[in-house]
Ligand binder design. Structure first.
Ligand code: 5AD
Ligand code: SF4
Length: 506
């Protein structure tokens, strides 16, 4: 019987990809994934440290597992990802029932760590398990401040590259939308951010490895591939002969090498150093989606300086103008931190102006969360009251909603290409509630009506510009690219119906 593995993932797309890679490795080592934590032999949390709230969720999950471990001492509990790296061994003093710690820079070691933890716990190999012995059996792999991978390390020498290279797809995997990493780590050191400390310095993957991975995924059914990096536009791979593949070169290469991939995207972009060549690649390659996620964080030059972002508000606007002048139909999303230390009402107003000026498709707005280990927590007092943060957060959301609504209303009456992601959340919830109410002894006729209703459901998908679209259709359309006529709009969602003339593309 394969051992059962339960894994929960918190945080960004990078973590989602890490979990997928780790799962594929553990599957190869004989573990089967389960959705039921209570029946699992191994429980792993892939964690995020970007904001305190994300960490609190994991602390509470670990608290819940205290009782499970008491009941089943052979249960293996692992904390992987950014929290493991940031907190280190102190996790063991708070939660002694944790067995495995593995940072995001060491995930290639995880299968061996899980295996070691399992075998050392098995009754045949353990003698009464005194406390000290449990501590010895713990498996720890962290980059740590002193052993951090050197910034000159190339991906070819990086054992972590093996994790991406080992990627395999099983027939049951849904890979219609897939992520492919192009860069690991980050060199920006924005003063509020833990990522450069938890994920280490930037390492760029060799272009051929990226192309091979995109090709393999497309051959297995991927229809949309998103290239991932903390700052994708900084991609620059130095070949052994000295020449460099830039981000623009990479976009052209991937686009050309995989002509049967209908959609190619990338996230996240940094507002500085986005070359005209990269924008031209987006304009020239018809299967590259004209969508940018380019976090501004603030529009106050003073705050941007305190954040160490390296650009001014005007430079950010100039970039948006440059992108729009090349691609008037481009869709742009941003991130903002509200209530950064010393943020004044004026600073806040300039950010509202920026949202209006740039006409973002949407913005992800976060209240500043001081993170241990960052420059900002040491240098600046978190002096904006929670109440003020909340009010400014709501004002930003309201302005963004207005902007999104204007943006979305313009799409009514148009036909958009939509990649179907599945049933809308609302329908899935309703269905779950309904199945728990199903009574035995239904008449045959009512069963067939229910079946017909189940075939047509509310589907959800995304346009090339990353806009969410809901429309009625059959659940079997999941993973397809369809033409949908937009009939109405809310600020976060468009509504439509399948276009009669041309339903399926590519
Ligand atoms: N507090 C609040 N938001 C943060 N982000 C990163 N660090 C913090 C922090 N300490 C936000 C930024 C980033 C997004 C991924 O998370 O907006 O773009
Ligand atoms: Fe964090 Fe700044 Fe790097 Fe983004 S660019 S991951 S915010 S340090």
């Amino acid at each position: 019987m394969p051992r059962k593995l339960y894994m929960e993932t918190f945080g960004c797309q990078m973590n989602v990809l890490d979990s997928e890679l780790v799962l594929s490795q553990l599957r190869a080592h004989g573990y089967a994934q389960t959705d039921d934590r209570d029946s699992a032999d191994v429980v792993i949390y892939n964690t995020c440290s970007v904001r305190e709230h994300a960490e609190q969720k994991v602390w509470s999950r670990l608290g819940e597992l205290r009782a499970s471990k008491k009941q089943n001492p052979n249960l293996i509990i692992g904390v992987i990802g950014c929290m493991a790296e940031r907190e280190g061994r102190s996790i063991f003093s708070k939660y002694p029932h944790v067995d495995i710690l593995c940072g995001p820079g060491e995930l290639d070691k995880l299968p061996a760590m899980v295996h070691n933890a399992v075998v050392t716990r098995e009754p045949s190999s353990s003698i009464a398990n005194p406390k000290s012995q449990i501590a010895n059996q713990r498996q720890v792999a962290l980059m740590g401040a002193t052993t951090r991978r050197s910034s000159t390390l190339s991906a070819a020498e990086d054992t972590l590259e093996l994790l991406d290279l080992s990627r395999s797809v099983s027939p049951t995997d849904d890979i219609s939308q897939a992520y492919v990493r192009i860069t690991r780590g980050c060199n920006k050191f924005c003063t509020y951010c833990v990522v450069p400390y938890t994920r280490g310095p930037e390492v760029h993957r060799p272009p051929q490895n990226i192309i091979d991975e995109v090709k393999m995924l497309t051959e297995h059914g991927a229809r949309e591939v998103t290239l991932l990096g903390q700052t994708v536009n900084h991609y620059a791979y130095q070949h052994p002969d000295g020449h460099t593949t830039t981000f623009a070169d990479l976009l052209y290469k991937v686009h050309e090498a995989i002509p049967n991939l209908p959609r190619l995207r990338f996230v996240t972009s940094f507002p500085r150093d986005f070359t005209n060549e990269a924008l031209q690649a987006m304009r020239d390659c018809e299967r590259i989606c004209r969508y940018l996620h380019v976090p501004a964080q603030s529009a106050s030059d003073r705050i941007l300086k305190l954040m160490n972002r390296g650009y001014t508000s005007q430079q950010y606007r100039d970039f948006i103008d440059r992108a729009r002048s090349l691609m008037p139909d481009i869709s742009i999303a941003s991130d903002f931190i509200v209530g950064f230390p010393t943020e004044t009402e004026n600073d806040h107003q300039s950010t509202l102006d920026l949202i209006r000026y740039c006409g973002f498709k949407n913005s992800f707005i976060f209240k500043y969360s001081p993170r241990p280990g960052t420059v900002a927590i040491d240098r600046f007092i978190d002096d904006v009251d929670e109440e003020i943060k909340r009010r400014r957060n709501n004002e930003m959301l309201a302005v963004q909603q207005e902007v999104s609504m204007q943006h979305n209303s313009r799409l009514i009456g148009q036909t958009a290409e939509v990649m179907v992601e599945g049933e809308s959340k609302l329908v899935s919830r309703q269905k779950r509630a309904a199945t728990s109410n199903i009574e035995l002894g239904w008449e045959k006729s009512s069963q067939s009506t229910a079946l017909a209703e189940a075939l047509t459901t509310q589907l959800v998908g995304r346009t090339r510009g990353d806009q969410v679209v809901c429309f009625p259709g059959e659940a079997s359309l999941k993973g397809q690219l369809l033409q949908v006529k937009i009939t109405s709009a809310q600020n976060l969602t468009l509504f439509g119906e399948l276009s009669r003339e041309l339903t399926s593309i590519a």
